[in-house]
Design a binder for this molecule. Structure first.
Ligand SMILES: [Mg+2]
Ligand SMILES: [Zn+2]
Length: 222
């Protein structure tokens, strides 16, 4: 019997053309955000710590502005709706695994037919003076990356004995997950990382490329 196929799809820079957290910070320019970005890049602090501290710089008095900007700024990569349709037609489970935050991830995806329980992202609380991020899907005992939203934890919960695991992503935050996947679709920095480690991957520009490749894989298996 063939395995159930499951897609783990990144959000920022993959489903959306832009990186939403960076866009929000660049737009609102809270004092000290750029230092935090550099510390994340140089691995002085973890992604979870960096993202949490960056949002903590933004006062909740600007709540609506921040939300409106984040949602209004998004461009969806071409072929996304078609990939969702294709996944449904082919009985592929489609999951969004995002290091983004609920207040922009859910509204942006609300015009697509994705059940809420199939979307994994970080959460936010606007009840204090500054935006507080919390982490419903943080790392388990098997991951010590301090990811924030731990993609490998989600992927590992779909064991390879039962599932054919397909990962779509663009950056360093997708790399650990890519190592666990049967098939990787990569853009941008994730391509370089896959090349360095000799991982099997398919480069893609938009989701039409992904559909085309999935079709070819199907033919190959027959
Ligand atoms: Mg990304
Ligand atoms: Zn982790």
């Amino acid at each position: 019997m063939s395995k159930q196929r499951v897609i783990f799809c990144d959000f920022d820079g993959t489903i959306t053309v832009n990186d939403n957290i960076v866009a929000i910070m660049k737009h609102f320019q809270p004092e000290g955000w750029d230092t935090l970005v550099n510390q994340v890049i140089s691995k002085e602090i973890t992604i979870r710590e960096g993202v949490g501290r960056m949002f903590a710089l933004l006062p909740t008095s600007r709540r609506q502005e921040v939300i409106d900007y984040a949602i209004g700024n998004v461009t969806i990569r071409s072929g996304f709706r078609e990939l969702l349709d294709y996944s449904k037609q082919e009985d592929i489970l489609f999951l969004v695994t995002s290091g983004g935050i609920d207040f922009f991830v859910y509204p942006v995806l609300s015009s697509f037919a994705i059940p809420k329980e199939n979307i994994y992202c970080n959460a936010s609380d606007f009840s204090g003076t500054h935006i507080h991020i919390f982490w419903p899907h943080s790392c388990d005992a098997e991951c010590d990356n301090d990811c924030g939203m731990c993609k490998t934890r989600i992927i590992r919960s779909y064991p390879r004995e039962t599932y054919e695991r397909i990962m779509i992503g663009d950056s360093v935050t997708d790399f650990a997950g890519a190592k666990l996947a049967d098939t990787v679709f990569a853009r941008s920095h994730l391509i370089e990382l896959c090349q360095e480690l000799g991982l099997n991957y398919y480069p893609f520009e938009d989701f039409h490329d992904v559909i085309k490749r999935l079709e070819e894989m199907k033919v190959r298996e027959l």
